[in-house]
Design a protein around this ligand. Structure first.
Ligand code: CA
Length: 221
């Protein structure tokens, strides 16, 4: 089971990684917000430990974006000592648990285990639309049972559309959720990405609504 550790202070990150590995999980560390956001949204983790004060993109923004994109990975937020507003904001943004700094490693590991246990009981079902099946937990997309080799960006886009199935999603909304910098947000980039995705899926499930955006229809009840 892989755990993503998002922490910009090298000493704390190292201690966390040691504890996580020592408990039999596989630790991965992201030290800035953008890297964290991207990894958490495109790779499958059993849980994420998220520090709020981060360079490039702060923890709360990342968490809100993940939840908006349909990323349901359990998140344990690390807050600054005494900053109770951080805890409220964190829970509002979709945190599953929080721990104020400085913390005892034993307590953090106990909370992490509890979080993973609870998440295991909370089934996050795969979504099937036509021949395409998307499993949010394993980040795997198959077409008629055959894995479609999607890039992380293609997966993000499809995951967003599947998560918001039944409604039209505009190009602006997609680029806001797919790219972290304004410079990357060009509408034709989304168009090209959708084109590549359609070719890989070989199924006509992403409909274009000219001038409005894209829609994936929910499966027949
Ligand atoms: Ca920090």
């Amino acid at each position: 089971m892989r755990i993503l550790i998002v922490e910009d202070e090298p000493r704390i990150a190292t201690d966390l990684a040691e504890a996580v590995n020592g408990a039999g999980y596989v630790a991965e560390v992201a030290s800035n917000g953008e890297e964290a956001w991207f990894k958490g949204g495109t790779e499958a983790y059993s849980a994420i430990i998220l520090d709020l004060g981060l360079p490039v993109m702060d923890g709360l923004t990342i968490l809100k974006r993940w939840r908006q994109e349909g990323v349901a990975t359990p998140v344990l937020v690390l807050t600054a000592r005494g900053a109770w507003t951080d805890r409220v904001d964190g829970i509002d943004a979709g945190a599953d648990d929080y721990l104020p700094k400085p913390f005892r490693m034993e307590e953090l590991m106990a909370r992490l285990r509890a979080l993973i246990r609870r998440a295991a009981g909370r089934a996050e079902p795969a979504i099937s639309i036509g021949p395409v099946r998307l499993d949010p937990r394993s980040r795997l997309v198959t077409v008629e049972g055959v894995p479609a080799n999607l890039t992380p960006l293609e997966f993000r886009l499809l995951n967003f559309l599947f998560h918001h199935r039944g409604r039209v999603v505009s190009q602006a909304e997609l680029s806001e959720n797919l790219y972290s910098h304004d410079s990357e947000r060009e509408s034709n980039a989304i168009e090209a990405l959708v084109g590549r995705l359609r070719r890989k899926l070989k199924a006509d499930i992403i409909e274009t609504r000219r001038g409005f955006g894209y829609i994936v229809q929910p499966p027949e009840p």
